[in-house]
Write a protein that binds this ligand. Structure first.
Ligand SMILES: Nc1nc2c(ncn2[C@@H]2O[C@H](COP(=O)(O)OP(=O)(O)OP(=O)(O)O)[C@@H](O)[C@H]2O)c(=O)[nH]1
Ligand SMILES: [Zn+2]
Length: 352
């Protein structure tokens, strides 16, 4: 049979190489980084710089500190936070797969579309697990797609966090967070010397190549859905179980001097021990506190042995003056911390 070239030659159709995000899909950027690295600071910066986009911000919650985490974030960013997402079991990686994407989609149904979604993971999250559910879901026809992962590294404590040995021989959280990063931001450069900064940069590069295979985890290759879900499942045990969160709320006013002494005993002198006699070691400290002579709420922020107390814009006014504190670290004991706090820092208690 002869082919009539003019009639039968099929039309050339461009191959769908990099289709890009389907029209109407909303980009999500995951912001990750170890406890206190500066994720929320980066978020606030983006939100204050970027005025003409509707940005939804999702904050992950950690442990029982959820209520405080929320109130802290809200008071820092004021009205810039568009909406809030409640994720049930405290850890985004574990809960978002089941209800997180659904929650985002519900949110968009209620509030209309966003131009952008920023998602801050907890400092102990494995962002690979968070990232993977986006492309798992993409196959199920989602409205959102993963645009990239930004990892914030603490120039002062980053190396220490990377060097941390995990008992089970697993790659530690800090290294995982760097491994999956599309963009790495070294933060707090004001706290280190040129040489220290160079060391951080070099280490981050080396680490990247050592754990690069983690990237396969979030690649959009042809692996079938079941395999992908398998991967998500196998990384569930990502939280460092030795790190505990303690939170408490105490009504009343505090002595500023006594609070400083309490924090310094805890962070610097490390004189507090748990019931087993092991010294408490705090990685992250946050709080809203009330001083008798101040009408404004004061925010406490601590990362390892650095801490600061800053007056916020927020007035107590008729709100009950309740001090809220979150401690994240090792060997923490709530009863002991709270007892110490109440007996030495709270005004009007026996010892003050
Ligand atoms: N010196 C200095 N401090 C910074 C910088 N960026 C952030 N910080 C401080 O570091 C502390 C922690 O910052 P956050 O932005 O809350 O860190 P985070 O990563 O969101 O913390 P978690 O969500 O608890 O893991 C705060 O006291 C910030 O003021 C910086 O560039 N230099
Ligand atoms: Zn944060």
């Amino acid at each position: 049979m002869m082919l009539d070239e003019d009639d039968d030659c099929p039309e050339l159709v461009p191959i769908d190489t990099q289709p890009g995000p389907p029209v109407g899909q909303i980009p999500v950027t995951i912001i990750t980084g170890y406890l206190g690295a500066g994720k929320t600071t980066l978020l606030n910066y983006i939100l204050t710089e970027q005025h003409n986009k509707r940005i939804a911000v999702i904050l992950n919650e950690f442990g029982e500190g959820s209520a405080l985490e929320k109130s802290l974030a809200v008071s820092q960013a004021g009205e810039l936070y568009e909406e809030w997402l409640e994720l049930r079991n405290g850890c985004l990686c574990c809960s978002v797969k089941d209800n997180g994407l659904k929650a985002i989609e519900n949110l968009m149904e209620k509030k209309g579309k966003f131009d952008y979604i920023l998602l801050e993971t907890t400092g102990l999250a494995d962002p690979g697990a968070v990232a993977s559910m986006f492309w798992v879901d993409a196959e199920l026809g989602s409205d959102i797609y993963l645009d990239g992962i930004v990892t914030v590294i603490d120039a002062k404590y980053g190396l220490q966090q990377l060097a941390e040995e995990k008992a089970d021989g697993l790659v530690n959280e800090a290294a995982r967070q760097i491994a999956v990063a599309d963009l790495t931001i070294i933060n707090k450069t004001d706290l280190v010397t040129e040489e220290e900064l160079k060391e951080v940069k070099d280490t981050v590069r080396v680490d990247l190549s050592e754990v690069l295979d983690l990237h396969s985890f979030d690649s959009k290759d042809g692996a079938n859905l079941a395999e992908k879900l398998q991967l998500v499942k196998s990384t569930r045990a990502h939280l460092d179980k030795s790190i505990l969160t303690v939170t408490f709320e105490i009504a009343g006013d505090l002595s500023e001097d006594a609070l400083n002494a309490f924090i310094q005993d805890l962070l610097w002198e490390k004189i507090f021990c748990n019931k087993e006699g092991q010294p408490m070691s705090v990685i992250r400290l946050k709080g809203i506190v009330s001083f008798a002579d101040k009408g404004h709420q004061v925010m406490l922020q601590g990362v390892h042995e650095l801490y600061e107390l800053n007056e916020t814009q927020q007035l107590w006014e008729e709100n009950p003056r309740i001090n809220r504190l979150v401690f994240i670290g090792r060997n923490l004991d709530k009863d002991i911390l709270q007892e110490k706090f109440v007996s030495t820092v709270l005004l009007g208690s026996e010892k003050n």
